[in-house]
Every structure is written in C-alpha cells, then in structure tokens.
Design a protein around this ligand. Sequence first.
Ligand code: NAD
Ligand code: ZN
Length: 349
Amino acid sequence: MSDKNLTAILYEKDDLRLEDLPVPEPGQGEVLLEMKEVGICGSDVHYWTHGRIGDFVVKAPMILGHEASAVVSKLGPGVTNLKEGDRVAIEPGVPCRLCNYCKSGRYNLCLDMKFCATPPYHGNLARYYVHAADFCFKLPDHVSFEEGALLEPLSVGVHATNRAGVGLGNTVLVCGAGPIGLVNILTAKAKGASLICVTDIDESRLKVAKEIGADFAIKVTSGDPQVVAQAIEEAVGDKVDITIECSGAAKSIQTAVYATKSGGVVVLVGLGQDLVEVPVVNAGVREVDIRGIFRYVNCYPTALAMVASGRVNVKPLITHRFKLEEAVKAFEAAKRGEGIKVMISCGRK
Ligand code: NAD
Ligand code: ZN
C-alpha cells in the first residue's frame, strides 16, 4: 500500500483506521501543508471512544487531529502571506469571516465555524492537509514543530486568562491539572499572577503542575466543595482573586465559586455535564462574575510570541511521542491518561 498521504480516519466509535488518501489541492486562499506534529486532545479521544461530543456526532468518516504544525508545500491562488517551505502552526478553526460575530472580532462564536475534527469537518492527522492560509502562523526557526502544535492548547490558556482578566499580582486558582489546566497555569504565571494554586484528584498531575510553576497543589479528597474551598483558602491565606475551572466536574465548579473572593471572577473552561448545580446566590451576593470561554479568538499570535520569547515553556507537557503509523497505539496511550500530551509525528520516517 502506498502511504504518500497516510491519514488517520475515524469511521465510527472505536473504529480508527489508517488509509492512504489522495493528496488534496489547495483552493483560493488556501495552502497545501505537509503535516509535521499533531497533538492528541481529549476531544479526539472522546470522538474515538464515544463517536460524539454532545450534539456533534460522527455520522461520516472523519479525519482526527487539530493541534498541529506543518510545512507549507504548495500555495493556492491568491495566497500572499506565506511561501513554500514556511514552517507554520495551524489555527484549526476557520470561521465564515462575514457574520456579526466574525466582524466584531469574536469569530470563535461564529455559527458557521469549520473546526478541524469537529463533525462534519476533517482534522489534520495526515501527511497532507489543506487549510486557509490566513489561519496559518509562521514559526520562527527556533520554535519547534512540537511547540507549534502546542500553540493550540496554549491559546485556550491565553483566551481563558484574557477573559479572567489575570494581571500583575493576582492570586489564581486553577481547578484540574490536565493539559488545559497546565496551560492556564503557564499563561497566568506569564501574565504576572503572584500566586497560583491548583487542585486535582490525581497526585501525578499535581506534581507536574508544581513543576511548571504552581505554588500550591491541593489534592481533592473531600466530596464537599466548601471543605475543599476551605483547604484552598488555608493554603493561599485568603480566597483567590480569580478561579479558572479546568476540570468540568460539578463539585469543582462549586468549589470554584466558594474559593473566589467577593468581586472576583470564575472562568468556566471545563466542559462536563450540561446541567450543574451552582451556588448562584453565594456568587450573586458576593458579585463573583462567572464567565464561559469557547476555545480562543485572536490568541495564536500571543501564544506564539510567548513561546518564541521563552516566557512560556510548553515542552514539559509532552510525555509521549509516536509516529503516524502508530496512531492507534498513540490513541490508546492518550486514553489511558497516564501522561499529559501525546504527540504524533506525521512525516515519513
Ligand atoms: P483532562 O481530563 O486531561 O483534565 C481534567 C483534570 O481534572 C484531570 O486531571 C482530572 O483528574 C481533574 N479532575 C477531575 N475531577 C476533579 C475535581 N473534582 N477537582 C479537581 N480536579 C478534578 O482534560 P483537559 O484536556 O485538561 O481539558 C479540561 C477540560 O477543558 C475538559 O472538560 C475539556 O472538555 C475542556 N476544554 C474546554 C475548552 C473550551 O473552549 N471551553 C477547550 C478545551 C478544553
Ligand atoms: Zn462568522
């Protein structure tokens, strides 16, 4: 079998296959990309194990992958911002550019968003892939392809800390120390947080969180959110200015409210159950603002600048490396949840 454009396709739940597909042609404003590194995200694993995330259902075979970097291999008509051979990070969501959300600068809320590996749109876990040229960001030579791929989760941290308004001297609680909690620790620290406390139920994840800069790590053992909030307050010496909830666990969302100072902000990043009981009176009378975030908007340039300048180091997040040929093995490792970030290298070895 030829493997010129080896591609990881999810046919349905539990059915991930590697197939050689035709190399696509870039259209107007698009570039053909020779894929380099693709990180596996919790959502890729969830589509593989469940065939759906909420209302997004895999109804037709879908190529997985959306945390990616590549080399520009061919320009489509009209492309002027890139040239062949450029090394790029790929922002995976391409909005319509025409609606009011897009025009007002909040394109992450666009109802016509085409986001890699969110049904019905294909991802880029393949040797070749076509993407909008204006959603490719040129990497300086000293920024690796792995770092380029990690700009995707890092952008979630940039957006969440933007929405939270993290600034100099703030105390920040990050709930959940998965990849998304960790990028929030990195960005909150880079934005000048004076103290970062992290929670998780998993000791090994807390250990990584401390290694990358969390000041306090609290293992959640109690099922009572007020008890957990009390433990956080005792460790920090006060309630925190800002909480960034990155677990999606209902109890943790409750803890987030109780642990935050009056007048503070809780940002909900974690996506769990649809309906969750939240102490709204407690939040309301203490003017704790609860804000959602959806992915990121205009965050890639910031994420790239932070990595390129050395202000943020995402490298410690990578714990596993596989080749594209070993994609199923890579997904199994990600599913076991033993490390942090699993990377797949798409080049022919
Ligand atoms: P993950 O599953 O690897 O990490 C979640 C962490 O939370 C785990 O380490 C887990 O042990 C911990 N946890 C579970 N229960 C807890 C509790 N009660 N208290 C504290 N910690 C607890 O997932 P991830 O890839 O890091 O993503 C985190 C969340 O962010 C997911 O829900 C994901 O869907 C969501 N997400 C949202 C957006 C967005 O745009 N809003 C973007 C990316 C990811
Ligand atoms: Zn739009």
